[in-house]
Design a protein around this ligand. Structure first.
Ligand code: TXA
Ligand code: MG
Length: 356
């Protein structure tokens, strides 16, 4: 399949005209990758079973992992759901358009393949203007997982989508880098109190302020180990994974730097290329000699936790580009958006974490 790449710059006049072709491709049952404010998504007509099958095929995605349906107007909700839970109105008012996916009882109009046979459907209204305008122009609800090959770090640049999906999708819209950098928060509002199934762009703190009580699926909490499978099927897979093995080190900055330095020497001694994921504030804690033989990448500034989320997936892919064999990473603080960053890093590391 030939993949058409369309660059869209929203600062240019008539930028929306460039989306007409992609909207037509979606209506015709094709696959279009597009930027959202979180990560790039791989979209297809959510009401067309054959089109949605194409998403699973292009990504190599397990068929038991449901997709999020993206909409541009709240009026679309009526045809997608069999009822709208009470908590929805307040959440949509405060967080849409934006990085919050709400699970609601699905209507019969949505093919079972979209929800992997579940009776709830995840719905979100993205805030990226290109995403919104594409959905509006297509006139259909758009099913879209992150636009990476299954298991790889999610794409935050069109370049990442091209790496994973070129030749497998009809169109890739290049809208520059995505802002939030981690995916939407998945919130189940069919239960009381609502439950976070995946931490993401809308923080636990914000949801608690809005709703009073919010629970967190214990199976995906970084602190509690349980045997129950996570309620969001996608959370059980190794995910976001760079090719390199990854290890997280958690603790105060100095002991973390000491531990990473010690391990870096051991790996280097074995002839492994070592990558070290630091922050702007901690890079100087490492011996100059380490800087000489390891690949250092800064995730961003600890003073701006949003920047850590924005850069995470790109940093993981950058290590791969540098043929790093092992990534030693400082674990982030877990307040606010840090909870989502920690969740993604833990998954990328296959749960390998050491506390010092
Ligand atoms: O920010 C995002 O949410 C991005 C952009 C493209 O919108 N999309 C995204 O989709 O991250 P995906 O497919 O990579 O992740 C969706 C997650 C998976 O963990 C999936 O299992 C869960 O949401 N999910 C979707 N529908 C669900 C449902 N009905 N019940 C439980 N979990 C669901
Ligand atoms: Mg994904």
């Amino acid at each position: 399949m030939k993949t058409e790449i369309i660059k869209v710059d929203i600062s240019k006049p008539n930028w929306d005209k460039q989306l007409e072709y992609a909207a037509q491709v979606l209506r015709d049952g094709g696959l279009v990758a597009f930027p959202t404010e979180t990560v790039y998504g791989l979209g297809a007509n959510a009401l067309d079973q054959a089109a949605v099958e194409g998403i699973y095929r292009a990504k190599g995605r397990p068929s038991d992992n449901p997709l999020i349906v993206h909409i541009a107007e709240t009026s679309t909700l009526k045809e997608l759901t069999s009822s709208i839970p009470g908590a929805a109105a307040k959440l949509m008012e405060a967080c849409w358009p934006g990085p919050l996916t709400l699970l609601m009882p699905k209507s019969d109009k949505i093919p079972a393949i979209v929800t992997a046979g579940l009776d709830t459907v995840g719905i979100r209204m993205p805030s990226n203007p290109i995403a919104l305008e594409l959905i509006r122009k297509s006139g259909i609800p758009v099913a879209a997982p992150s636009a990476n090959s299954s298991g790889r770090p999610s794409p935050t640049l069109a370049k990442h989508v091209i790496e994973d999906l070129s030749g497998k999708v009809d169109v890739i819209i290049d809208g520059g880098h995505t802002k939030v950098g981690v995916e939407s928060t998945v919130l189940d509002i069919t239960v009381e109190p609502p439950m976070i199934l995946r931490p993401g762009g809308v923080t636990f703190e914000k949801l608690t302020r809005l709703l009073g009580e919010v629970r967190f699926d214990p199976a995906i909490s970084s602190e509690v180990k349980t045997s129950a499978p996570p309620r969001a099927p996608g959370m059980k897979y190794r995910h976001y994974a760079p090719r390199a093995m990854m290890l997280l080190i958690q603790g105060e900055p100095e002991p973390v730097a000491d531990e990473i330095g010690r391990r870096a020497e051991l790996y280097n001694h074995d002839g492994t290329n070592v990558g070290i994921l630091v922050t702007d504030e901690t890079a100087a804690l490492y011996e100059p000699v380490l800087h000489a033989y390891c690949k250092f990448i800064s995730l961003g500034s600890r003073r701006n936790p949003e920047s850590l989320a924005t850069n995470l997936f790109k940093c993981l892919r950058d290590f791969d580009e540098n043929n790093v064999g092992v990534i030693l990473a400082e674990a982030p603080e877990t307040a606010g958006i840090g909870q989502a960053v920690m969740n993604r890093m833990l998954k990328a590391a296959g749960g390998n974490i050491i506390k010092v």
